[in-house]
Design a protein around this ligand. Structure first.
Ligand code: IPE
Ligand code: IPE
Ligand code: MG
Length: 242
């Protein structure tokens, strides 16, 4: 009954920074700052545990609608985190990649994103995907536009648009789909994260707010995952006979 394999790809919605701060009478920015520390620890832990891929939701397509002051703070925080963390990422052999529409970010951030991707490109350990200005719907629309363009140019026949062809146009193409999807902060929703790619992910929701999330809680989620039986539409008997 047990699925003994470890997740090859973990996706996390890092939620609860604002509430963490509000509970302490602090500005929401304090929660976002503390959240960077959690991310640092989780990345280090995944690298040590030889997890192959980790995707974290840092900023959604919809988060632009937050108060201007909070959006500006988040942009500054991304810039300073990139500046401060790249050396440590290199030390841990982490390859950093961004998914999402980066063109809407301030130029300084776009440059930082590009230079940090370049600096970690030759590493061979954990792939860390940061979803920034990312939305699952954006991802699918973006893929549709590219597909339509390829059809128009005669590079692709409409009848050849298959599951695997579609994946090749989406973010995270070439990497395994997330096996384990974690959302911290007590909400049980997907909030426009990886809609296509999480079709068969195991969904794990926990109440800890992201700034409180640590190795111990991640291990708990991984252990829970290892106890799941993934059936992908088959029957339990078919899986057990394999
Ligand atoms: C997640 O924490 C971080 C981002 C969305 C950038 P929130 O800021 O959503 O925290 P809560 O959900 O308001 O507590
Ligand atoms: C999802 O959290 C986005 C990130 C964690 C970056 P939100 O806090 O934006 O999601 P909702 O609004 O509660 O659905
Ligand atoms: Mg939230």
């Amino acid at each position: 009954m047990q699925n003994t394999s470890s997740p090859k790809h973990i996706a996390i919605i890092m939620d609860g920074n604002g509430r963490w701060a509000t509970q302490r009478g602090l500005p929401r920015s304090a929660g976002h700052k503390k959240g960077v520390n959690s991310l640092r620890d989780i990345v280090k832990f995944c690298a040590k545990k030889h997890i192959e891929n980790l995707t974290v939701f840092a900023f959604s397509s919809e988060n632009w609608k937050r108060p201007r002051q909070e959006v500006d703070l988040l942009m500054e925080l991304f810039i300073s985190a990139l500046k401060n963390e790249v050396e440590e990422l290199n030390k841990n052999n982490v390859v950093l990649k961004f998914i999402g529409d980066r063109h809407q970010f301030p130029e300084k951030l776009v440059n930082m994103v590009e230079s940090s991707e370049k600096k970690t490109k030759l590493n061979t350990g954990l792939n860390l995907f940061v979803a920034a200005n990312y939305g699952g719907r954006w991802d699918i629309i973006n893929a549709c536009q590219k597909i339509a363009d390829d059809v128009k140019q005669g590079k692709l026949e409409p009848e050849n648009i298959s599951d695997s062809e579609m994946i090749s146009y989406l973010s995270l193409s070439g990497y395994p789909e997330p096996d384990l999807f974690i959302r911290t902060g007590g909400e049980q929703r997907i909030s426009n994260f990886l809609l296509w790619q999480c079709a068969y992910s195991e969904l794990y929701f926990c109440d800890e707010l992201w700034p409180d999330f640590n190795e111990e809680q991640l291990l708990k989620a991984i252990e829970w995952f290892e106890g799941r039986q993934r059936r992908f539409g088959l029957t339990m008997e078919q899986i057990e006979d394999k």
